[in-house]
Ligand binder design. Structure first.
Ligand SMILES: Cc1ncc(COP(=O)(O)O)c(C=O)c1O
Length: 470
């Protein structure tokens, strides 16, 4: 679906009335889930006594409780009560070969027979992985592992400030770059500012600027405003737009950002934590035809094996990250006990090999196209204004469009929260039928998803749509 069409449809959704799955229906769904999943229910109670909230991750469906998963393979996950789920969350985009992909598992087991992750010294897999990354992603001359996408993004902005001797970092409103102090500004929803920044002193945001999505004029205005005072060190973007394209990027936006960075002497940081090795072996940068100065990775880099994060880019910039630089030389401190450990490095090397050999990117992308088309057909049949679009294997489907509401308009925060609850109900209703999604709003397709998986998703969504009054 073209960008303009998506914008038009989002506008229709936002301006239209909304109805949630009724509470009585939800009560029934919750009861059924409780009946089907007694062990998860009990474990959740116990988890809450040991783990804050009872589970770790933001994208877990927690209504009526978080499931405990005991087995995974391909497109499926099984809970501790042996219920099977088709997983379209795909570990928040950390897998594309499918869960527990046997050839990768075998390689990892072999590596662990020889060496444990606690080596600290360099291992050969680091070199093999870095060579492959350089080969696939031409903007990368040097590469360094980190332990998460959050860490890689933290390192990237620190590096940019040292290299450019400038201070300001521009991000896109609503963009997510992990939970580090500075980059927590204006996340998830544009114009949310420090709404989610409890515990972070406001001075952490002094040199962070958020500009509205797809607004190059607003970005250039910031470049101009700070040209003489402190200057802009870097712009960091999610290639598909905030929240993996939940607020979709305009076709020429990334190129426009690159040009502004060149014009004003700032670094262009491409956060490919979600898109790296998913959009193309050369990353979303190949897809959009741009050449960032720095690129960050996570998730798919190791196919979800711990610990997954990396930063690569121009050698003259990356050199500041060298460990053990002589005293007096300028250096960017960014380190960690387990960086590039044999498990991480081998997982990276083999993941990249298997993605290429299996043609996984294009196969997952085809499934993304099919899922998008099937969802759009379903929504149309039911007469809902809902719609789906995809960037290859990243599928977004919009029902209530909570994230797209302009929260500067009085009353819209409350409306967005209600719409968010409506989306959560869809997520729970799908879960009740054995479908796990990215909280009722998107899906990551993989090599492992089959035609039958797709049909089951559509059947389940058909049932859910019948529950929504309109
Ligand atoms: C675009 C983007 N950047 C960075 C991160 C943070 O990565 P991690 O969860 O590994 O810290 C994420 C996580 O979802 C992400 O989507």
């Amino acid at each position: 679906m073209e960008f303009e069409e998506i914008q038009k449809r989002i506008k229709t959704l936002i301006e239209g009335p909304v109805q949630a799955i009724p509470e009585e229906t939800m009560a029934k769904i919750r009861k059924e889930i409780e009946k089907k999943c007694p062990t998860s229910k009990e474990l959740f109670k116990e988890m809450k006594t040991c783990i804050p909230g009872g589970y770790e991750h933001q994208l877990v469906i927690n209504d009526p409780f978080a499931l405990t998963i005991s087995r995974t393979l391909g497109s499926k996950m099984w809970d501790v009560d042996s219920n099977q789920y088709i997983d379209w969350l795909s570990s928040a985009g950390a897998i594309i070969l499918g869960h527990n992909y046997p050839p990768l598992r075998e390689k990892i087991i072999q590596v662990l027979q020889d060496v444990d992750p606690a080596v600290y010294y360099t291992n050969e897999y680091e070199l093999k992985a870095a060579k492959l990354i350089k080969e696939y992603v031409p903007s990368i001359e040097l590469f360094k592992f980190f332990q998460s996408g959050t860490e890689a993004d933290m390192a990237a902005i620190r590096l940019a400030r040292v290299y450019t001797k400038k201070k300001k970092i521009i991000k896109i409103g609503g963009g997510y770059h992990g939970w580090s102090d500075q980059l927590t500004y204006d996340i998830h929803v544009p114009f949310s500012g420090d709404l989610e920044a409890h515990g972070i002193p406001s001075w952490c945001f002094k040199d962070i600027i958020a500009v509205p999505p797809n607004d190059l004029d607003a970005m250039e205005a910031q470049f101009k405003q700070f040209e003489k005072k402190k200057g802009v060190a870097a712009v960091i973007v999610e290639p598909l737009g905030p929240e993996s394209g939940n607020i979709p990027v305009a076709p020429d936006f990334n190129k426009g950002v690159q040009e502004l960075c060149e014009k004003y002497g700032a670094l262009f940081i491409f956060d490919e934590v979600v898109t790296g090795f998913r959009m193309d072996l050369g990353g979303a940068q190949k897809y959009f035809g741009v050449k960032p100065d720095l690129t960050t990775f996570g998730k798919l880099l190791t196919h979800g094996h711990p610990s997954t994060g990396g930063l690569g880019g121009r050698a003259d910039i990356m050199s500041y990250l060298a460990s053990g630089v002589e005293a007096g030389q300028e250096k960017v401190l960014a380190t960690g006990t387990l960086l590039g450990n044999p498990l991480t490095a081998a997982a990276t090397y083999w993941t990249l090999q298997f993605i290429k050999n299996e043609n996984a990117i294009e196969k997952a992308s085809k499934m993304g196209d099919k899922l998008t088309a099937a969802l759009n057909e379903l929504f149309e049949t039911h007469g809902f204004p809902y719609f789906a679009y995809n960037f290859k294997s990243v599928v977004q489907y919009k029902t209530y469009a909570a994230i797209n509401m302009d929260i500067r308009i009085p009353g819209n925060i409350e409306k967005a929260l209600y719409r968010n609850e409506c989306v959560n109900r869809i997520a729970t209703a799908l879960l009740g039928q054995g479908i796990i999604t990215k909280r009722g709003a998107s899906a990551f397709t993989t090599l492992a998803h089959t035609k039958e998986d797709l049909e089951k998703f559509i059947q389940a969504f058909d049932t859910v749509l019948k529950m929504i009054p309109h």
